[in-house]
Design a protein around this ligand. Structure first.
Ligand code: NAD
Length: 478
């Protein structure tokens, strides 16, 4: 396969290249990992926890190098350097939780139909899991599924996005320091073709990325009869009621919309505000948004980094242009700007929007807050639910009870109340379902985040005599 060029998001220049893995190489790696997986699974949870805890220490030791590489991948510094520590916390958290989760999943008992039959459960991990991840949070999203899968007893091959591959080298160095882990966890580099080759080798797939790729991969997995766990795009709505503290609501909405330059699946992408407070809210939101600065030229200053993928800036510009052509008004911010080769966009507030506009229907993935007025809360719920997506949503009201009553009605898997984007704070604690086109295959969060990687084998024992053949007679009285 041909070398893939990688662009630096801050300069717009190609300064890195990757050699994509081919089908034969992935098949050979898969065979090696499958062999090692048997011992990994049989060694038991205490061993796997001990190995992963050593890896957490190794990530900490390599945190600087991983952060530096991800900073080049993504063009942002602070978040890039926080991510290794977030992964470490996630590894240690799953290590704490896994033994109890595995214990609780093993059921035993007696048949409810006949008391001479008893049963117990074997937990049988999928031997080899494939993980395909996107560019917006390179290291974190490559590990979100892999860590619980390893603790479940799977071996894992990860194919991160070809847009942001630089972090792989220092992460692989940390894995290599823990040989037992190195035998069951590997990264492979490449684009869609490498992804397809990976799917052909594995026993289950975790995919995080766009709806269109997710749909294609789900079809492939269905043909192969392997489970596909999909985490896809979003178009999160936030509802702001008349009783809300408008300064707080504006801050929550803005944070949700522009964090990571809006390149987050659960970014706030649409806001519905009660018409009686619309103007006041927009004034507050615009004032707060105007205070945010680009993190250019100094990567260590400002709030909004460059678009990680230059093409994404074109998509956001096209959504903005479509909205303006249909009557929307840009209150602050505006189209993307190119600075020293990087593509940036200021926090952008848009009013006069409606659902005829692409910006209210398709994932924008940029730092844009389109605001639409509503007259009645039923209309707000209707507008929020008028979407093919259902990843998450938010309600900011006068108090929690009011927000909760509205939030319970929304068609979304996680609803933040009195704030936005709270999903990230409960990753290991509670399960959530992605509604609509936002996902498939059960929760990656909460206990199911680990238990989904285990096939249940029921061992069913008859303790009394085998059923008398007379029971099969159609004419018992003859
Ligand atoms: P993408 O679908 O273009 O690519 C994702 C991954 O799939 C990449 O590694 C890519 O190389 C690979 N890929 C692409 N085509 C493939 C194919 N035909 N076969 C196999 N692999 C293939 O997505 P992206 O642009 O990298 O990421 C952005 C998207 O990810 C957004 O829609 C965002 O909302 C979504 N996302 C979702 C979540 C979530 O948890 N729900 C989290 C982050 C990002």
């Amino acid at each position: 396969m041909t070398t893939i060029p990688v662009t630096n998001p801050r300069t717009g220049e190609v300064d890195h290249w990757i050699e994509p893995w081919g089908r034969a190489e992935i098949a050979a790696l898969g065979a090696d990992l499958r062999k090692a997986q048997q011992g990994w699974s049989e060694a038991g949870i205490a061993h796997r926890v001990a190995v992963l805890r050593r890896w957490a220490d190794a990530i900490e030791a390599h945190a600087g190098a991983i952060g530096d590489a991800e900073a080049v991948d993504t063009g942002r510094s602070r978040v890039a350097h926080e991510v290794p520590h977030m992964v470490v916390a996630s590894v240690r958290g799953w290590c704490d939780a896994a033994p109890t989760l595995l214990d609780g999943a093993r059921l035993q008992g007696r048949s409810s139909v006949t008391d001479t039959v008893s049963f117990d459960t074997e937990l049988d991990p999928y031997p080899l899991l494939g993980v395909i991840s996107p560019w917006n949070h390179p290291f974190l999203l490559s590990m979100l599924d892999a860590v619980p899968a390893l603790l479940a007893g799977c071996a894992v091959i990860v194919k991160p996005s070809e847009v942001t591959p630089r972090f792989v080298e220092p992460v692989s160095a940390s894995i290599a320091e823990v040989p037992e882990l190195d035998a069951v966890l590997r990264y492979v580099l490449g684009g869609p073709e490498t992804g397809q080759a990976l799917v052909a080798e594995v026993d289950a797939l975790c995919f995080t990325g766009s709806v269109s790729t997710g749909r294609a991969l789900a079809e492939t997995c269905a043909r192969l009869f392997i489970p596909a766990f999909l985490e896809l795009g979003g178009k999160d709505a936030a509802i702001v009621t008349a009783s809300a503290d408008l300064a707080r609501a504006a801050a929550a909405v803005l944070k949700g919309a522009v964090h990571n330059t809006g390149q987050i699946c659960f970014a706030t992408e649409r806001v519905y505000v009660d018409r009686t407070v619309h103007d006041e809210f927009v004034e507050e939101l615009t004032a707060q948004a105007s205070r945010l600065e680009l993190n250019h030229p100094d990567i260590d200053r400002g709030h909004l980094g460059p678009f990680i993928l230059g093409r994404q800036a074109d998509i956001v510009d096209a959504h903005l242009a479509d909205a303006v052509a249909r009557g929307a008004v840009i209150r602050c911010g505006g189209p993307s700007e190119t600075l020293d080769g990087g593509r940036y966009m200021r926090a952008t507030v848009l009013t006069g929007v409606d659902h005829s506009m692409t910006i209210m229907r398709e994932e924008t993935f940029g730092p844009v807050v389109p605001v639409q007025a509503y007259d009645h809360v039923d209309e707000a719920v209707h507008l929020a639910d008028d979407s093919e997506y259902g990843l998450s949503a938010a309600v900011i009201a006068g108090d929690e009870a009011e927000a909760r009553a509205i939030g319970r009605r929304l068609h979304a898997g996680a609803v933040s109340l009195m704030d936005t984007s709270l999903t990230i704070t409960i990753m290991r604690d509670v399960e959530k379902t992605s509604y609509g086109a936002s996902g498939l295959g059960g929760s990656r969060m909460g206990p199911n985040g680990l238990l989904r990687f285990l096939r249940r084998k029921a061992l069913i024992t008859r303790s009394g005599p085998v059923t008398d053949m007379e029971m099969l007679r159609e004419d018992p009285h003859s």
